[in-house]
Design a protein around this ligand. Sequence first.
Ligand SMILES: Nc1ncnc2c1ncn2[C@@H]1O[C@H](COP(=O)(O)OP(=O)(O)O)[C@@H](O)[C@H]1O
Ligand SMILES: [Mg+2]
Length: 270
Amino acid sequence: MPVSDQSPRIFAIANQKGGVGKTTTSINLATSLAAVGKRVLLIDMDAQGNASTGLGVKRSERENSSYNLLFGEKMVEECVVGTKVPRLSIIPSSMHLSGAEVELVTAPNREFLMQQALQHIENKYDYVVIDCPPALNLTTLNILVASDAVIVPLQCEFYALEGLAHLTKTIDRVRSSFNPRLELHGVVLTMFDVRNRLSSMVANDVRGYFGDKVYQTVIPRNERVSEAPSYGLPAIVYDMRCAGSQAYIQLAKEVIKREKSILQNERAVA
Ligand SMILES: Nc1ncnc2c1ncn2[C@@H]1O[C@H](COP(=O)(O)OP(=O)(O)O)[C@@H](O)[C@H]1O
Ligand SMILES: [Mg+2]
């Protein structure tokens, strides 16, 4: 699908490992994209609902959730909840999502439910950012089939690269079997600790393995970033000046820049 002003670009924030910064990246990248003027919809697809909580969505506002969206029970517009951030909306998740795997196994067209749900998404959004669960399961497969590109957060720790071959193979398989437009948008290094030599070693290894696909922007480990969700606020709103917020704003700019070069390449091919 060409990048256009009309159809929103859909990003999956994925890594089957838990605790690597998917939700933090989803919230703060979505907020930063909104801050630079883009219209953004965040979809919380993790049953834990951390993205919903982190954006201050109350339980009472979660009646229509991403679970209802996935199973075609509700339309996008019926599930959308506003946030305190101008231009940023969210579709919250619910605990029902934890049962989705079992239900998906026997669902007709089980890989395409999310794609169908987002098919008629209004041109109200420039970007849709989807926070994935920590698994390469049918829910994540549905998200990848519905997405244009995958952004992979990688925590700068010893086992960072473990399991990544499985993730990239899954992306390749989705591209060849279900969704030819899916691409790896980039890898973002998270929780980088300048005082820890291991962080730099891991960052070098990851750049050696993924080359240009690794964003120049590195997200530092930053206490303010981890505090923000307990106030129901993105770090960018909680403390815009902290190093973590500044890094996410930088990441958003880099993502938009990469989007422009993708658009140029598509035009060159057309
Ligand atoms: N840049 C950061 N600095 C400090 N803590 C972070 C940072 N990014 C994430 N965290 C913390 O690490 C934990 C895991 O992050 P999270 O985004 O929830 O990962 P995932 O969604 O992949 O499970 C959370 O407690 C979060 O607050
Ligand atoms: Mg998460």
